[in-house]
Design a protein around this ligand. Structure first.
Ligand code: PLP
Length: 383
């Protein structure tokens, strides 16, 4: 990175890590789509690039920026969040025992259902906000990985990362944290003792709902890290050059986007909490949320742009509310500039932790007054 070592996150982000196009002086790094790179006459690759399945200049810049934000030693970019996350499990020694949270991104929960198919001996699910349960489920010397997500989809359960890191370390397991929702601007798991951080960069890091990307960031370049690198190389799971270039552009505005999203989410949570057609608002920023005190300690700069509302009248009323909105978009995903609303139980299936009346809200950059008015209008229509 060409910026000073102590450059702050907003500076790193707005200048994409200080990258410029060395060949022309362009202040935007060039998109380099080449899949192969010239060898020097003595057959070496002194510029550091050989073949597109290993590395690409723009991909490497994305990795540099995200590693700096997370305070990590190294990062690897993948073609989606799921590919990055499943690669972590597949880099464990064969037959590993792992612990995963009961409240977790649905796609990963489904993938982990077939432990043997994932090369694991068993996957046990635990409530991450119950440390005694986690302690009891960890098998010292046998459990190789403890997975965490905080605040976790779709009820925004908050997990104590320092405490989990200590428990994992005692048992000889790695702590891996899906940091997609808070981003490193609000939570830095590696500083709290995690070994790896993973991201769906499809969400906040890019922020424009126009590409798929994933990242893994490591506190240290261990043997497992080398296996992960080899796996990405062998399977060609690296992020595409064009997606990396777009992601680098998206990252430039992350800090201002997230500030706005946190502010709007807090505003909506407080207003909707008083609405007669809403049973409960789930948002870590509300003092009534179970994980509020912990979130206030662990997160800095805001409580995130995601919240859920429990509509009185269950699934029918919730679906009718989502059907009536005019500003919010009925779609899955999160972290983009446009606000999304989703009836989570319908898409998560029978083992979802989402209550029937839950609508998940991803707050975008619209005027929060329009977002609130639209929801109030929809709640009235649905009632
Ligand atoms: N982790 C979280 C928290 C997510 O919300 C998602 C996607 O919704 C993923 C991981 C998977 O990422 P991707 O869709 O980029 O594969």
């Amino acid at each position: 990175m060409s910026l000073p070592e102590d450059a702050r996150p907003a500076t790193i982000l707005s200048q994409a890590g200080g990258a410029v196009d060395e060949a022309t002086g362009g202040i935007v790094p060039a998109l380099q789509p080449s899949t192969t790179f010239l060898r020097d006459p003595d057959n070496l690759h002194r510029k550091g690039f050989d073949y597109g399945r290993d590395a690409n200049p723009v991909v490497r810049q994305v990795e540099t920026v995200v590693a700096a934000l997370e305070g990590g030693r190294a990062a690897l970019a993948f073609s989606s969040g799921m590919v990055a996350m499943t690669a972590v499990f597949r880099s464990l020694p064969p037959g590993a025992h792992v612990l995963a949270p009961t409240v977790i991104y649905r796609g990963l929960r489904e993938w982990l259902r077939d432990a043997a198919g994932c090369g694991l001996s068993a996957v046990d699910l635990v409530d991450l906000d119950d440390l005694d349960q986690v302690r009891a489920a960890l098998r010292p010397g046998v459990t190789k990985l403890l997975w965490a997500e905080t605040p976790a989809n779709p009820t925004w359960v908050v997990a104590d990362l320092s405490a989990l890191a200590a428990l994992a370390r005692e048992a000889g397991a790695l702590l891996v944290v899906d940091n997609t929702v808070p981003t490193p601007l609000l939570t830095r798991p590696l500083a709290l003792g995690a070994d790896l951080v993973v991201h769906s960069a499809t969400k906040y890091l890019n922020g424009h709902s126009d590409l798929l990307a994933g990242l893994v960031v490591a506190a240290a370049e261990t043997e497992l890290w080398q296996r992960l690198r080899t796996l990405r190389h062998d399977e060609g799971a690296i992020l595409g050059a064009f997606e990396a270039w777009l992601l680098l552009r998206g990252l430039r505005t992350l800090e201002v986007r997230l500030q706005r999203q946190c502010g709007s989410a807090m505003h909506l949570a407080a207003a909707l909490d008083r609405h007669p057609r809403i049973e409960r608002v789930l948002y870590p920023g509300l003092p009534t949320h179970k994980g509020h005190t912990l979130a206030a300690r662990q997160m800095s700069g805001g409580f995130g742009g995601m919240l859920s509302i429990l509509v009185r009248g269950g699934a029918e009323a919730a679906i009718a509310t989502a059907a009536a909105v005019r500003v919010w978009k009925r779609a899955t995903s999160l972290g983009g500039v446009e606000s999304l609303i989703e009836h989570r139980a319908s898409i998560e299936g029978p083992d979802s932790p989402a209550p029937p009346g839950l609508l998940r809200l991803s707050v975008g950059l619209e005027d929060p007054r329009d977002l609130l008015a639209d929801l109030e209008w929809a709640l009235d229509r649905a009632g």
